[in-house]
Design a protein. Sequence first.
Length: 270
Amino acid sequence: MKQPELGRKILELRKQKGLTQEELVEQCNINVRTIQRIEAGEVTPRSFTLKTILNVLGEDLKNLQESETSPFENFNLKDIGFSIFYIKLAWICGIIYFLSGFVEFAVDYARFQEDELIIPKAAYISMKFIVMLAYIYFLWGFVLSGKIFNNYLLKIGAFFLIGTTVLFYGYDMASLYFEPFYTEYVITIQSIFFGIGSIIFGLAVMRLENPFGKIPGIAGGFEVVSGILFVIVFMGWLGLAFLIPAMILQIILLYKIEEFLKSEGTKEIT
């Protein structure tokens, strides 16, 4: 952390501890003038001196270094604006995907389990295309989040799920015009692929706990459990049950990321 932010942080920590400058320097074995200049942002302390001060104040240097890294250091204001727009679009698409998914499940169950297409082909293709597009845009919000927060695993997981979605949704739509082959095998492979993607994606979401608290951990946990159940295949129906709270929490998480970007973007401007 650079000056003058470092000085303000040390001042804040000292006051939280209820220490005067004289009491702090006694424990750090440095002179009062030095701590005055550090807190005023006039000088940057040597690493040894900084570690000594932080130890007395009960702060870890590693935490201070992590807070130094801005998620926007490689972004200009235009990039931040675009990110806010697309992440807002992502959580809106997440809501669309979540709600339309119940209709899709009912239609697919009738088609693949009861061998009956209960809506016209054109409506089926339109439904699949809308659901697929909504899910891709939803995941794209996490691709952007992975870029912003340097979470490469999140980008990998999101891209894996996007690729799997395009592949199998394409199969569902195309299979209307030819006799579906080895339907059970296709469903099995689809379940395994989505399961693997969900495990990777869930683990990556869990890494967003800083600065978003418990929501990423819980959302990622549900996603990982869902993925494991999908990989087991015959437990896939239970995986869908875990996917419901995972989706709700992920939508909330994207909303929180949007709000975080707005607040941090405002700081960048000021």
